[in-house]
Design a protein around this ligand. Structure first.
Ligand SMILES: Cc1ncc(C[n+]2csc(CCOP(=O)(O)OP(=O)(O)O)c2C)c(N)n1
Ligand SMILES: [Mg+2]
Length: 351
């Protein structure tokens, strides 16, 4: 199966009757603005990590179309389970820079109220969120509302047992769940092609899921496919999987050096398929972007970057000792020792 594509890398739009989408200047401007803001936020967070203000950061660079196109195809009331680099999606749901950064500063175990944004906490245990989402979708199914659930995960996570259990369980139970895989070609240093023999969308069909593959760097195709599939799930069609073929342009995290395992030419070939540049080419050709719009988005980006730096520096010291007292009912000698060492470490930073 070839990935669904509506917008070629040079910005040429070709409609597909199977995936209808009314492409208006407003729609493109909205997608463009959100993707530019997400990239700016991501760049700023990277800089903060490099300056020692954050412990770790996992970039979403290159995956903006997959995230923005898909989350905007859902209703705000649909519950979303992200993985850990869904910043572009999170910003669309209204999460603030402070909420997104505080966890990576080490000041909180998670930064936001999932119920408020219908956006679950980040999950770092690979694929754990897939059974969580399946169970949640069983609850939604029993509530009998028209809400659907969406779960984001990576190509690497799809190799975990939990992912495959969730595919089977969701299909067998017929729950209203959308599995959204961002196949960004890498699981840290392991390329997708050496960890699976059959493409994920093909494997998903074997579990009885309706499955599709889409060009994940084409925001219009991602949006059209996700919207149609989401509405099919909402109408009671059962769970489905979308594999968005994209690319992780940055390292896995700020602790990773991707030059150790991938070539510059591979990166170049994907830079030529940049999701933001691609949409911009269409907008330029159609006359849908002018200097005024560029200047307005640049001002908004600068303001977001400024807010990102400011809130990060304002995070004060925090008492994390609760993790030693709030998790286990009974303290053990090991826990007491760990607590003592943690407190000594904190004191050593006093100056
Ligand atoms: C259960 C588990 N095993 C291993 C890891 C270490 N780990 C963190 S991210 C990662 C790669 C994940 O790749 P993928 O699912 O493709 O997501 P991506 O990082 O590319 O977005 C690994 C192996 C983990 N966090 N959890
Ligand atoms: Mg990956």
């Amino acid at each position: 199966m070839e990935p669904v594509q509506l917008l070629s890398p040079d910005g040429t739009f070709t409609p597909d009757p199977a995936w209808p989408l009314e492409v208006t200047p407003q729609l493109c401007r909205d997608f463009y603005r959100r993707m530019v803001l997400a990239r700016r936020f991501d760049d700023e967070a990277l800089a903060l990590q490099r300056q020692g203000e954050l412990g770790l950061w996992l970039q979403s660079r290159g995956q903006e179309a997959a995230q923005v196109g898909s989350i905007l195809a859902l209703r705000d009331t649909d519950y979303v389970f992200p993985s850990y680099r869904e910043q572009a999606a999170a910003l669309c749901r209204g999460l603030t820079p402070a909420e997104l950064l505080v966890q990576w500063r080490g000041n909180a175990l998670s930064g936001w109220d999932p119920a408020r944004y219908r956006f679950h906490i980040y999950t770092l245990v690979l694929a754990a969120q897939l059974p969580h989402a399946t169970g949640y979708a069983m609850g939604v199914q029993r509530d009998g509302t028209d809400e659907i659930v969406a779960v984001y995960f990576g190509d690497g996570a799809s190799s975990e047992g939990e992912a495959n259990e969730a595919f089977n369980w969701a299909a067998a139970a017929g729950v209203p769940l959308l599995f959204f895989c961002q196949n960004n070609h890498w699981a840290i240093s392991t390329p997708t092609h050496i960890q699976m023999r059959a493409p994920l969308h093909q494997r998903a069909r074997g579990f009885g899921l309706d499955a599709h593959v889409v060009d994940g760097n084409d925001v219009l195709a991602v949006h059209a496919v996700t919207r149609a599939v989401a509405e099919q799930i909402r109408a009671g069609g059962g769970p489905a999987l979308i594999e968005a073929v994209t690319y992780r342009m940055a390292g896995h995290s700020t602790s990773d050096d991707p030059t150790r395992y991938r070539t510059a030419s591979e990166l170049d070939s994907w830079q030529a398929r940049d999701p933001i540049a691609r949409l911009e080419s269409l907008m330029v050709a159609q006359g849908w972007i002018d200097e005024e719009l560029r200047a307005q988005i640049a001002r908004e980006s600068d303001a977001l970057a400024e807010e990102t730096r400011r809130v990060c520096r304002e995070f004060g010291p925090v008492d994390m000792t609760g993790m030693f007292s709030a998790v286990l009912a009974q303290q053990s000698p090991l826990l007491a020792e760990e607590r003592r060492r943690h407190e000594a470490l904190v004191v050593s930073y006093a100056d």
